[in-house]
Design a protein around this ligand. Structure first.
Ligand code: HEM
Ligand code: NAG
Ligand code: NAG
Ligand code: NAG
Length: 214
């Protein structure tokens, strides 16, 4: 029943233009469906969230996704909510730690600091993960980000084609213990929602690209 509702919801938004665009990332070779999440009135300032997927996916099945986050160095932490809200869905949270970038798997049922989430796991790619003078970027394969338990014992599956409703949050303040993926971090300054097109995230050579970038 929940799956049916989820399917109906996806169909109803398909006619709405997605707020994402397909871009080939020359460094990693993945084609990402990217969304630029603005967090300031200055329109040039935002965080890029990219999703890359295998091409042979079936609806209502779990699937891996490569997530790429590119943030200006002023970003203390940012997070992607795969179910489009803060609570009861996998949260991918990331921040810079010196010359490294930390990725943290989180989940919460309340509007409080999300705890660790073992339902999703990440493999960070060497290529596509760096810190420079202006930005930090992380590229990682997630298993468990695109499906999660919903109420009543049902499972929600993101649609491998069409749009999914995603959300993000951002804070300028930094995590208290940045070298640890279980660090506490402060409340966000900004959050937002968008429709992310997963059709254009399809990569026929997904497995080859994952292996190449590890
Ligand atoms: C210390 C950590 C966090 C605290 C204390 C916190 C607290 C809150 C609070 C109090 C609200 C309600 C604001 C309102 O109703 O206007 C809220 C909303 C929201 N938060 Fe967080 N949050 C935290 C982390 C996160 C993370 C990691 C994400 C996403 C990755 C996130 C995404 C959102 C979103 C999308 C909303 C809008 C309402 C909703 O979807 O539930 N938050 N947060
Ligand atoms: C997609 O292809 C990969 C690699 O060939 C394979 O491991 C995977 O099981 C396939 N998935 C589906 C849903 O067919
Ligand atoms: C932190 O990293 C360890 C080692 O990679 C991993 O097992 C654990 O699940 C991660 N925890 C979080 C909250 O991401
Ligand atoms: C710094 O990293 C960002 C994000 O990957 C990239 O767009 C930019 O070109 C890099 N800057 C330099 C000087 O390499």
């Amino acid at each position: 029943m929940a799956a049916q509702c989820a399917a109906a919801a996806v169909v109803s938004v398909r006619e709405i233009a997605a707020d994402s665009a397909a871009v080939l990332d020359r460094e990693t070779g993945f084609t990402f469906s990217q969304h630029f999440a603005k967090y300031a009135t200055d329109a040039s300032r935002g965080i890029m969230f990219g999703v890359a997927l295998p091409s042979n996916l079936t609806s209502f099945q779990p699937f891996d996704a490569v997530i790429q986050i590119t943030a200006p160095v002023e970003v203390g932490w940012t997070g992607l909510a795969w179910g489009g809200r803060m609570t009861a869905n996998p949260l991918t949270v990331a921040w810079a730690n010196g010359n490294n970038v930390v990725i943290s798997s989180r989940y919460t049922t309340q509007h409080t600091l999300p705890g660790s989430y073992t339902g999703a796991s990440y493999v960070v790619m060497k290529t596509g993960t760096h810190v420079n003078r202006t930005h930090w970027q992380i590229t990682a394969k997630c298993a468990g980000c695109t499906n999660f338990a919903s109420s009543g014992g049902y499972t929600t599956y993101l649609s491998p084609r069409g749009n999914n409703n995603l959300a993000f949050a951002y804070a300028q303040a930094r995590p208290s213990n940045p070298s640890s993926n279980t660090s506490s971090f402060p409340y966000h300054d900004v959050h937002g929602y968008w429709q992310h097109d997963f059709t254009s995230a399809s990569n026929p050579t997904f497995e080859t690209l994952v292996a190449k970038n590890l």
